[in-house]
Design a protein around this ligand. Structure first.
Ligand code: HEC
Length: 126
């Protein structure tokens, strides 16, 4: 079969060129979520404890035990660094340790929780 001008070839070429486009679209969506998450991080004042850049160096951070997590270091997380762990920590706060001052942010929507956690994940150095 000669594929040079066949509709089949056109179809194959067209669908193959959609793959990188779909990937670029997904990357763009990720970047939007991260950017929104960063804004939420600022508006909810997470920086007071976790620091402006999420390094666990907010005001008086050293005075706290347990100290506010540095989001850049996956080994420094006390309650899991995967997306579902992070969402859980933010939504419910840290309750298993009575000394922990990590409050719960249960009023955030699922969308906001996803966006903040996308931002925190983007900080992680693996
Ligand atoms: C009053 C200080 C304070 C504020 C405000 C605060 N945190 Fe925390 N956060 C902490 C402390 C302290 C810990 C460590 C708690 C522990 O290990 O028991 C923590 C832990 C966490 C964890 C769990 C990390 C781990 O170690 O597994 C996440 C995720 C987190 N904070 C996200 C946030 C986000 C997002 C905000 C803003 C919406 C925020 N925090 C606001 C003090 C704070």
């Amino acid at each position: 079969m000669n594929l040079t001008h066949s509709p089949l070839k056109l179809l194959i070429t067209a669908s193959l060129s959609l793959v990188p486009m779909a990937n670029a679209f997904a990357d763009q969506q990720d970047n939007i979520a991260i950017e929104k998450g960063k804004q939420l991080y600022q508006s909810y004042n997470c920086a007071v404890c976790h620091g402006e850049k999420g390094k666990g160096d907010g005001e008086n951070a050293e005075a706290y035990d347990p100290y506010p997590t540095n989001f850049h270091d996956t080994k420094g997380y006390h309650h899991g660094y995967k997306v579902e762990d992070i969402i859980h920590s933010i939504k419910y706060g840290i309750k298993d340790n009575p000394n922990s001052i990590m409050p719960s942010f249960s009023h955030l929507t699922d969308q906001e929780l996803k966006e903040i956690s996308a931002y925190l994940l983007s900080l992680q150095e693996k």
